[in-house]
Design a protein around this ligand. Structure first.
Ligand SMILES: NC(=O)c1ccc[n+]([C@@H]2O[C@H](COP(=O)([O-])OP(=O)(O)OC[C@H]3O[C@@H](n4cnc5c(N)ncnc54)[C@H](O)[C@@H]3O)[C@@H](O)[C@H]2O)c1
Ligand SMILES: O=C(O)C[C@@H](O)C(=O)O
Ligand SMILES: [K+]
Ligand SMILES: [Mn+2]
Length: 353
């Protein structure tokens, strides 16, 4: 019996609704598999935790989490309780950094039964490799003066090491797929870091003569995600560009509620963290209608990472059979609840045993 220790952090908002749903699914996956089991340990780190303790997680939070096989997180953010930059930097981004989860992989593809808002979506199947440790997400900078003289400065950090690492990851991924990598740049407007990004991309591309490449400015690329997403295979982008592109990727699939993500620790020193692309969705909290598929597909990415691709594929097939039968939440045009969708997926997993 293979046993995985998983730290569950539901976090805020609908994270508290979709994480328990996906855990129930993982238990059903374990039963179906027979040789795989999970032990979940819950951590309450969230904006509510902040109100009580003055921090998003305790000082030894990283120490408490570091020996788990994986972290399974929902969403972080409740602007009514804590400013967004404080909650994100105190938990989500802190964990990404402390655990050296330097790559964020975010696929987008057509799911059976889920209608894309595109008139002619074709059969797109792409993956964004988001640099997850530096770039525009930087603590370097500050604010000075007040009033009309106020100045704020935010420095972007692009290291050769971090940039090459993200690009190599993208090329390695593309070599197992359609052998094409697109670089998201903006070297026409951003005069230091983006020409550097382009140079590193050209250098890394030389190491992969079998992979085709192209480079697009982020503005045009964002539009191409809408007008011809089927032309893409792997896209590599900086932290911010990757963030924005993956909400577009989610939107063209049909909803940000279905998009999965994996924060990957590539050096094996610390756990990787699995959390969907979406946030805490304050507008639908407590209504019972959060789409659980983003969190469930994220669980599938966790299974893949554990080397359990076969059962992961079974899980996504079952999810697609359920969506294909119209058992879907309101964000994608259905009338079913989080619980009903989850229960149906579990029933169909059980039926396979
Ligand atoms: N990785 C994360 O934890 C993460 C990601 C994005 C935003 N956030 C935080 O979440 C909060 C809200 O951010 P936002 O409104 O910009 O983005 P959001 O993703 O929470 O919501 C955007 C829209 O998508 C809908 N939506 C999102 N997930 C859904 C789901 N599973 N099912 C159905 N509908 C869903 C919401 O109802 C909303 O209309 C903020 O505090 C933000 O900082 C956290
Ligand atoms: O990384 C962020 O900015 C938080 C959230 O928007 C995300 O995509 O994970
Ligand atoms: K999330
Ligand atoms: Mn985002």
């Amino acid at each position: 019996m293979k046993k995985f220790q998983i730290a569950a952090i539901p976090g805020d908002g609908i994270g508290k609704e979709v994480v328990p749903a996906a855990i129930d699914i993982l238990e059903a996956v374990s039963d179906l598999h027979g040789g795989l089991s999970f032990e979940f340990t819950d951590f309450p780190y969230s904006c509510e935790y902040y109100l009580e303790h003055g921090v998003m997680m305790p000082d030894d939070g990283v120490e408490r989490l570091k020996d788990f096989d994986s972290i399974f997180l929902g969403a972080v953010g409740n602007i009514k309780l804590v400013p967004d930059h404080v909650s994100l930097w105190g938990l989500l981004i802190k964990l990404r950094r402390e655990f050296e989860q330097v790559i964020n992989i975010r696929p987008a593809k057509i799911i059976r039964g889920i209608k894309s808002p595109l008139v002619n979506p074709k059969d797109f199947d792409l993956i964004v490799v988001r640099e997850n440790s530096e770039g525009e997400y930087s603590e370097v900078g500050g604010r000075i003066f007040r009033g009309e003289d106020e100045i704020s400065i935010q420095n972007n950090i692009f290291s050769r090491k971090g940039t090459e690492r993200a690009m190599r990851y993208a090329f390695d991924l593309a070599s197992k797929r359609k052998k094409h990598v697109t670089s998201a740049t903006k070297s026409n407007g951003i005069v230091h870091t983006m020409p550097f990004w382009d140079e590193v991309f050209e250098d890394v591309a030389k190491e992969y003569p079998d992979i085709q490449t192209d480079s697009q400015h982020i503005d045009a690329l964002a539009a191409f995600f809408v007008t011809r997403p089927e032309k893409f295979d792997v896209i590599v982008g900086s932290n911010l560009f990757g963030d924005i592109l993956t909400d577009i990727g989610a939107a063209i699939m049909g909803s940000v509620g279905i998009a999965p993500a994996a924060n990957i620790n590539v050096n094996g020193k610390y756990p990787s963290m699995f959390e969907p692309v979406h946030g805490s969705a304050p507008d639908i909290i407590g209504k019972g209608i959060a789409n659980p598929i983003g969190q469930i597909w994220t669980a599938k990415m966790m299974l893949d990472h554990m080397g359990e691709e076969e059962i992961g594929t079974v899980l996504l097939d079952v999810v697609e059979s359920v969506t294909n039968d119209g058992i879907i939440t309101p964000d994608i045009g259905g009338k079913y609840t989080t619980q009903e969708v989850t229960a149906e997926i579990i029933n169909r997993l059980k039926a396979k045993a």
